[in-house]
Every structure is written in C-alpha cells, then in structure tokens.
Design a protein around this ligand. Structure first.
Ligand SMILES: [Zn+2]
Length: 594
C-alpha cells in the first residue's frame, strides 16, 4: 500500500464511509451491523468493526478494509477506491496515485469529461432560462413542471444550433477530449476519417443523467421539433468513458436515501415518469430508461433494497421490458410487487391527473408478482379448455422455476393451479416438479473455528503494548513448534499475523477464507485474550499435536509388529513411552518427586 493510501486509511472512518452506502445500526461497543450489500438477506449479518476498521459479512463471508468495501461496491480497482475514499474524506489527491500510466490517463480523461458535463449542464440550464428557451419552458410547463422541479433535476435546453455548445466548451479541452465526451457528433468523410465536430443535441430539452454520486455523466434529450425534422423523440448520450447505459439507474443518486427509508424502490420506465413522481413527494423512485434491467443495474439496486414495486407503462412494449426486468429481479431474489394503473395511464399522467393520493393508493394496492403473472396468463389464454390451461401453465412455468426460494415457489405453483382451475393430476404434478426443480442456493462457508484458534488469532492481532505479552507468547510458540499448528485451518493466517510488524491484522492475511475467519474472531471479542488464556490454548495445541503423534505411533508399532521388524519396533516403542510421559507431565505440570 502506498504512503498516500496509508494516510487515507488512517484518516477515513470506515463506519462513516459504509454508512454512505447502507444503513448501519450500533450493535456493540465497537461494532455496527446492517444488511449486507453483497448478498441478499433479510436480517443483518454484515458487521463493521469501528476500532479495527474492517467489515465482515457472516452470511457471504465478504470482508476487508475501507478500500476493499468501496472497490467492491463501486466496482472499481484499488487505486480508484483510494481516490474515492480520499474524496469522501476531503483529502487532496497527490499527482501520482495510479498503478499504470494508462490508468492515470483514463482517470484524467474521466475527470475532464466530468468537468465538461458540469459546464454543459450549467450552460443548458442557462439556455432554458434565456429567450431561446421559451419553447422548452412552455413544453415543460405543459407537463406540469415547476421552476423548482426544473432546478432540482437541472433540466436545460439545447438551442437549435450546430456550434453554440462547441464554442462554449472548445476552450476547456482539446479536440480529442471533446470527441470523447458524447456531446458532439462528427460526419465520416470520404477517406474514412471523422470531420469536424458539431453539437449532437439541438432544439431539445436536456435531462441530465447523474451517477450515484450525483454528478452528471450523460443526457437524455427530448425533441421539441415536430414533423419530418423531429428525428427520434428521445435521444441519449452514446457510451463514453463516463457513461455506460447498462450501469446506471436514473435518479438513484436522489432516491437512495428514501429507498432505504421505505425499504423498497419504485421502478418506473421513463425518466419523465420518474421526475414527475419524485417531485410530487414519492422520492424512492428510479427509472430504467425504457429498456430491460441489466445484471449490473440489479447489483446496483441490491445495495439499497431487495424489494421493488414495479410500475411500468401498460403498453405492449412496456410489458415486454417489464417482464424481462421482473424475470431478472426474481432470479436475484428480489421481492416484487406490480402496479397497474387503471385507465391505461403512465405514472406521470396518472399522478398529474388524479393526484398524489390516488397514486399512493395505487401503490398500496400493488399485487404480488405471482398474482400479476397468473392474471396475465389468464388474459393471454382465456377459456376453460384443457389446451388453454396448458398454454397458461407453460407461460408460468419458467417464472416459477426462476424463484430462488422453495417456499415461495411452492406457493406460486399452488396458487397457479388453483386460479387456473387446474385439477388434472398430471398438470398439478408438472407445476409441482417445476417448484422442486430449482436448485437452492448453496452457501459456501469456511470451516468453523475452534476456541483455541480464536484465542491464538486474537493474541496474534494484539496492537496495544499493554497486552504485548499475549502476542509474544503466541509468536514464540509458533516459531518454536510450527508442527503443533500445521494442521490448523488458520495456520497460514497465524504465520502471517506473527510476522506482521506494525501492520493491520486484516491487511496481512492474504487468503480470503482465512481473512473471513479472522474477521469473525475479531468481531466476536472486544478484549485481547489474557496471558493465561493464551498459555492454555498453546498447551491444548501441544496436547493435540502429541495425541495425534501418539495415534500415528500406535499405527506404526502395529505395522512393525506385523512385519517382525524388531529394531524399528524398539525405536517406536521408546518414542511412544517418551510421548506418554510428556503428555502426563503436560496434564500435571509439577509431578510430585518420587
Ligand atoms: Zn454478505
């Protein structure tokens, strides 16, 4: 770890940093706990050790320090994690904090692109307020947008010009950077090279897309043109080093606090729906931007909740994207409810026409996913003929199989049989088999620790000089009699800890499973072990090692007898006698003199 990373780690408080992502509760003198962001769970098994500054999940065994947490949750490498933590703690970054020149160049480019987007956002906002923005203001007012709402979402206007944004930004960055930012287009020329850049977004209302930290990384632009000239109603920024469509959930930056508070996310399709619902006070709302969910988006959402209420457009395209999203969320173990608004309205129109109370009521009336799907199956395959029932069932089977939890799966199958009026034993069996077939998730757990190992791990992790003796004793025993410890699952961790100098215990253990065991141990205890505890732990280890050797000797003796090898037999018997005596002495440290 570089000096800079070391400094950041010392100044950062892991509890505060993690609290920026998930909700933590104080769970002990030194511990906090919460729902693990790295696996799906309903009761908290994720712990943060405030003193030793590490986290550990008893459910999925994820553990590490503040950088590992940020790296994992933001899906970035170590250097980037250090930068993020430094920024969160207000520690200025030194010039060189990258592992390679390419990485430094990449980070520099992203930094430049963020600046360009910030300037562009402010400029679009300015254009919306200016004389050219009148038509856009009118459009927004027509959709019920207030000036405050426009300000909250930083909505702007791209004027009808090929070069006004380019002129505004050209002083800020070189041509290559401007080409990379996604705000400009260029025509391919006769020789295959690209011509000069021009503004990509023209005469459009600009909706900024922010990353989870709230910084603008892309735009969605709605045309104000009508007729042939209009082009697509909405166009988005292309993929850039800053923006990847499949990695962003619209409005997550503003919604995440409310999502945690209400313990569910409201998922809508369009950005306009999202903005409209948010501005009317329902703040746990995010949007997929009209396409089906990606795995990365699911992972993003999982950090905040595992419950989703889906309110997609009622049209056919909406239903398809909705079903794909629902399928993926189901596979990932989310609990899903589905809202269908009557009158075939989308969320934006519904909430504007009928008010927020009516919309809230509709949300409360959201149906369980299984009920929704069964209803859909009945609509798609109406009638009571056996053929229709088979079709309806075939439609439902993949949905049932997808559910990770067995009980939920069984319940779904039973409901489907009942509501579809399936009384044929064959069809019931088919549903039952679908419910059975899904392999339940098997958790890989590291081997449990025994008490002796716990004491030794704690002793080896001692930091304060006051309890140095416990540490010294353990190190000495390890150095002098490594054979006693070899068979322990945590032997490698113990060796690493013994040689760790002044470094953090959690930093020196390389093996992930062993680090997890160490984390469990350190979370379970607040005090280092007493010297007497260490002493008896070492003694127990010694005893076990001797007993183990004793068993070996018995086998070897029997073998020597069988082969008639009396020299070997004598040697082994002698060893056994000595070992017996040593063991007796161990049990009675001061045998009476005879
Ligand atoms: Zn976990």
């Amino acid at each position: 770890m570089s000096d800079f990373a070391q400094t950041v780690k010392q100044q950062a408080d892991i509890v505060k940093v993690i609290e920026g992502y998930i909700r933590l509760r104080k769970a002990g003198a030194q511990n906090y706990s919460g729902l693990c962001p790295f696996h799906k769970e309903k009761s908290p098994s994720f712990s943060v050790h405030a003193v030793r500054q590490f986290y550990h999940c008893f459910g999925c065994q994820a553990s590490g320090d503040v950088f590992s947490f940020v790296g994992k949750i933001e899906n970035v490498g170590f250097p980037e994690a250090v930068r993020i933590v430094a920024q969160k703690c207000g520690i200025p970054l030194p010039k060189r904090e990258y592992s390679s020149p390419e990485e430094a160049a990449g980070a520099r480019l992203r930094g430049r692109l963020l600046e360009l987007h910030e300037t562009a956002t402010a400029w679009f906002e300015e254009q919306l307020r200016g004389p050219e923005g009148a038509v856009a203001r009118e459009y927004l007012a027509g959709r019920g947008m207030t000036p405050e709402g426009i300000k909250t979402f930083r909505i702007g206007y791209a004027p009808d010009s090929f070069n006004s944004l380019r002129d505004r930004l050209s002083g800020m960055a070189d041509n290559e950077t401007l080409r990379a930012c996604g705000l400009f287009s260029a025509k391919e020329q006769g020789d295959g090279s690209l011509g000069p850049i021009y503004d990509r977004f023209r005469k459009r209302v600009m909706f900024p897309i922010a990353n989870e930290s709230g910084r603008v990384i892309a735009f969605t632009a709605r045309t104000l043109e009508t007729g042939d000239k209009a082009g697509a109603k909405y166009i988005n920024s292309p993929e850039t080093p800053l923006y990847s469509k499949s990695l962003v959930l619209f409005n997550l930056d503003k919604a995440r606090t409310a999502i945690r508070q209400y313990e569910f996310a409201l998922l809508v399709e369009g950005q306009m729906d999202c903005i409209s619902v948010f501005l009317r006070g329902i703040q746990n709302v995010i949007a997929t931007s009209g396409t089906a969910f990606t795995e990365q988006q699911v992972a993003l959402l999982r950090r905040h909740t595992s419950q989703v209420v889906v309110n997609f457009d009622p049209d056919a395209a909406g239903s398809n994207a909705a079903e794909k999203s629902i399928a993926l969320l189901t596979e990932e173990g989310f609990t899903i409810k589905i809202v269908t608004l009557d009158g075939g309205l989308d969320p934006d129109r519904y909430i504007r026409e009928r008010g927020v109370e009516a919309y809230t009521a509709a949300l409360r009336g959201a149906r369980r996913q299984s009920d929704y799907l069964i209803e859909r199956a009945r609509q798609m395959f109406p009638g009571a003929s056996a053929e229709q029932k088979v079709k309806a069932m075939n439609y439902l089977l993949p949905h049932i199989r997808r559910i990770p939890e067995k009980l939920t799966r069984n319940q779904f199958a039973a409901d489907a049989a009942q509501k579809l009026g399936i009384d044929s034993a064959v069809l019931r069996e088919e549903l039952h088999q679908a419910a059975l077939r899904r392999r339940d998730h098997v958790e890989v757990r590291a081997t449990a620790l025994n008490e002796v190992e716990r004491v030794l791990l704690r002793a080896l992790s001692v930091d304060d000089p006051e309890n140095e003796e416990a540490r010294r004793m353990a190190i000495k025993a390890l150095a002098e009699q490594p054979a006693w410890f070899e068979h322990l699952g945590t032997f490698a961790a113990m060796q690493a800890l013994a040689g760790r100098q002044a470094r953090d215990p959690m930093d020196v253990v390389e093996d992930e499973a062993q680090r997890a065991l160490l984390a469990e141990t350190l979370l379970a205890e607040t005090k280092p072990p007493a010297e007497s505890e260490v002493e008896s732990a070492i003694q127990e280890i010694q005893e076990r090692a001797m007993e183990h050797r004793l068993r070996e000797l018995r086998t070897l003796i029997a073998e020597a007898e069988r082969q008639g090898d009396f020299t070997e037999l004598a040697l082994l018997t002698q060893q056994k006698l000595e070992l017996d005596r040593a063991l007796r002495q161990l049990h009675n440290p001061r045998p009476p003199e005879r």
